[in-house]
Design a protein around this ligand. Structure first.
Ligand SMILES: Nc1ncnc2c1ncn2[C@@H]1O[C@H](COP(=O)(O)OP(=O)(O)OP(=O)(O)O)[C@@H](O)[C@H]1O
Length: 271
């Protein structure tokens, strides 16, 4: 039995002036699923994420969320669950307001959307901090008082504040050191297991995406060149471009070195 998609992007095209950045890109994400989106820098990954969030343009094509056409609809004009699609970006320091405490940061979207009265929102803040394994006293601290990994946990808590069914994760672990990356990725997986949220997980690092994704889409020059089951896509020797992405992964930890070695062997065997 196949589950109906939560989100479908159909033949998306985006042009900036004469620069055709996204070319007939189609992907779908099922409820509770992680779809990884990989590709070299400039291949169009962020452009898809921004189009889904309603903060980037769509020249043609359609984005449907839970049966609702949300193409080109700005976040403030979205209704129902589509209003709750959230994002976690690479650099939490620039996406968190340095003048707001964590509590204020987490309460703001809840009160803005009218989901919680301020008094209930405070209880919800405690729950959110617990979900991302931050201590309750983090509520009264400012972003600068946290490490990079802790700040990313704050950004994840803020994304969860509206109980989203879909979160766009745009390079959310790229700025973190390897051991922190692993812990934050485990947190994403744990949250998904508990809440059933779906992720579009954007990364240039195929090894990271392989760890977290159920399916993977590979982008090249604005086109989706492969889309399928994670293992099939990442180990198919007929796809040398994907194998090259694996080769480009950072090599600091042994697991990635092993992936690189595998990719190298497959590439050599295929050529
Ligand atoms: N607002 C814009 N105006 C003009 N060109 C843009 C704009 N936004 C993105 N682009 C161009 O679109 C292309 C795709 O950019 P995008 O950020 O989607 O790539 P990416 O795959 O996410 O890259 P990276 O991994 O480096 O973040 C790039 O050539 C970029 O220069």
């Amino acid at each position: 039995m196949t589950t109906a998609p939560l989100l479908t992007c159909e033949n998306l095209n985006v042009s900036f002036g004469s620069h055709h950045v996204l070319k007939d890109a189609s992907i779908d994400i099922r409820p509770g699923e992680t779809v990884g989106l990989v590709g070299e820098s400039g291949s169009g990954k962020t452009t898809i994420g921004r189009a889904i969030l309603g903060i980037g343009p769509v020249t043609s094509g359609r984005i449907v969320f839970d049966g609702q056409d949300i193409t080109g609809v700005a976040p403030r004009n979205r209704t129902g669950d589509a209003a709750r699609i959230q994002a976690v970006f690479q650099d939490p320091y620039s996406s968190l307001n340095p003048a707001m405490t964590v509590e204020e940061t987490l309460i703001e979207p809840m009160v803005y959307r009218g989901l919680y009265a301020p008094v209930d929102a405070k209880a919800r803040v405690r729950d959110l901090l617990d979900q991302v394994a931050l201590p309750a006293d983090a509520a009264h601290r400012y972003p600068r008082e946290f490490s990079g990994g802790q700040r990313q946990r704050v950004a994840i808590a803020r994304a969860l504040a509206l109980s989203p069914r879909l979160v766009i994760c745009d390079e959310p672990v790229s700025a973190l050191d390897l051991s922190t990356q692993a812990r934050v990725m485990d947190l994403f997986i744990d949250i998904q297991n508990r809440t059933g949220v779906a992720y579009l997980f954007v990364s240039h690092d195929l090894a990271v995406v392989r760890h977290i994704s159920h399916r993977v889409a590979v982008m090249r020059s604005g086109e989706i060149v492969e889309f399928g089951n994670c293992d099939q896509v990442t180990s198919n020797p007929k796809h040398p471009y994907t194998q090259r992405l694996l080769l480009a992964a950072p090599v600091a930890d042994p697991a990635r070195q092993a992936l690189r070695r595998e990719a190298f062997e497959r590439l050599s065997a295929a050529s």
